[in-house]
Design a protein around this ligand. Structure first.
Ligand SMILES: [Zn+2]
Length: 476
């Protein structure tokens, strides 16, 4: 071009993503890992004089800064995790952070370090981001039947013209007396309710109460993917549809869902059900039907409320085909997160490394539970990882000639021996096990121990006692 030869290149960078000629994005992964490492080093420099790089800070920086940098635009390049080399690079990258976050020895395996630090493997997180992007683009989720699609946002052209939107007010009823006082004897009082059962079954209902007439009860079975919020809104939509088809000139609608009423109150809400409700309210207003909303906090005692509640539950359990077959994005995100955790657990169990950690915890979730109660530290990590100042470790790395404990010059000195049997640490162990006996706790089962604050305290004391005296006892 203009006598200048433009060289060919095998990759370009667009908006922070390196696109290579083979479209495998391996180069991009290398690039982000490099970038995140540099940023972390700079952050460390910056924080040291003021608050130091404490393990908690590493944890915070990792979650809030590093993970977002790595997963940026993963919807585009996330399929690169199918390559073993990419997974490997990500694992060794995050292993460094995990080890710092738990203050562990630099020899700890990635499996144990990630588990103890509670950092889910990055390749799984990237996969998750990739799939969420796919769901947003296609409206379907691989984990769900394909007749259930993503709950869409309303398009701007479908929204009601702002001038026609009705601003609603709602009364609050906290007690049974309040509710009774708000019942209008001359108009239909419509009680709406949504129900979501533990196993995911969902339903909606409304009950019309008219003075001197038997109640009209309507039930709707919704898809398992529906949220409680969707159920509640669906019930209100159907109640309004009934009202439009009746010739009433006024009505009171009771709902126990404040979030639904707030959503309806928000004139610029783009939820499709809310949008539908806005259209219906506008229609009712144009033919001069007055609609009053009531947020009924108390469920008990009011016949209409009780009937609606029972009807929604019954609808949820019906075997009939479901209405409103949508899933909110949050539902898909939950499914994908569960899949990530399952895959992580699988990796944890099947990896050949991390034997000591696995002897304490059979699952990732057990560690999560443990970490809720016990702050991870330099000493605790040594015990839970099996990488520390004890002799089986020192011997393995050829720092000492043998691995035997000085208590009898015979038994291999591993963490189990120190924790449960070694007479040198009898005093703190006795104190701890006595406490466990009193509290009916199995002392060396990590997850029963967390049930008592005193046990946690004495356990920590025992561990600290072991680790601080080991160097001296082993003469290293
Ligand atoms: Zn010993």
């Amino acid at each position: 071009m203009m006598n200048i030869t433009i060289p060919q290149t095998d990759h370009i960078k667009i908006l922070g993503v390196i696109i290579d000629s083979k479209l495998n994005f391996i180069q991009h992964v290398k690039y982000v890992i490099n970038k995140a490492t540099k940023i972390f080093k700079n952050l460390c420099k910056f924080v040291r004089p003021t608050w130091g790089v404490h393990p908690e800070n590493v944890d915070c920086i990792y979650r809030q800064v590093i993970v977002p940098i790595i997963t940026y635009a993963a919807g585009i390049w996330g399929s690169a995790t199918r390559f073993y080399s990419v997974r490997q690079a990500l694992r060794s990258f995050q292993r460094n952070f995990a080890i710092r976050a738990i203050r562990g020895f630099h020899t700890i395996s990635a499996v144990a370090a990630l588990a103890l630090a509670q950092f889910p493997p990055l390749h799984l997180i990237i996969n998750e981001t990739f799939e969420i992007h796919h769901i947003k683009q296609t409206g379907t989720c691989n984990e769900l039947p394909d007749d259930i699609t993503l709950y869409p946002k309303s398009k701007v052209r479908d929204l009601l013209h702002p001038a026609n939107r009705v601003t609603i007010k709602y009364d609050e009823a906290t007690t049974q007396e309040d509710t009774t006082a708000l019942i209008n004897p001359d108009a239909p009082n419509i009680f709406t309710d949504g129900s979501k059962k533990e196993d995911g079954q969902a339903g909606a209902s409304f009950v019309v109460m008219l003075e001197g007439q038997p109640p009209i009860i309507k039930k709707f079975k919704l898809s398992r993917t529906a949220s409680v919020f969707m159920c509640e809104l669906y019930a209100i939509t159907e109640a309004l549809r009934w009202l439009i088809n009746s010739d009433s000139i006024e009505a009171v609608i009771f709902s126990d869902s404040q979030s639904s009423l707030k959503a309806i109150q928000n004139r610029s809400n783009t939820d499709p059900l809310v949008n539908q409700i806005h259209h219906m309210l506008s229609h009712l207003s144009s033919r001069h039907t007055k609609v009053q909303f009531v947020w009924a906090k108390a469920h008990v005692g009011i016949v209409g409320n009780e009937l609606a509640d029972a009807a929604a539950k019954e609808a949820a359990e019906r075997k009939t085909a479901t209405l409103h077959n949508f899933f909110p994005l949050s539902h898909a995100k939950r499914l994908l997160r569960q899949r990530t955790l399952d895959a992580w657990q699988q990796e944890y169990v099947s990896a050949p490394q991390g034997a000591t950690t696995k002897s304490f915890f059979s699952s990732i979730s057990e560690i999560a539970e443990f970490r809720k109660y016990i702050k991870i530290s330099f000493t605790i990590t040594q015990i839970l990882s099996g990488h520390g100042y004890h002799k089986t470790y020192l011997h393995k790395y050829r720092i000492t000639e043998d691995d035997r404990c000085p208590c009898d010059d015979e038994t291999p000195q591993d963490v189990r021996h120190l924790l449960e049997f070694c007479p040198i640490f009898f005093r703190t162990r006795e104190k701890y096990t006595m406490m466990c006996l009193k509290r009916k706790i199995e002392p060396f089962k990590m997850n029963t121990m967390t049930k008592s604050e005193d046990a946690i305290k004495y356990f920590t004391e025992h561990v600290n006692n072991i680790v601080t005296h080991l160097k001296q006892i082993n003469g290293t």
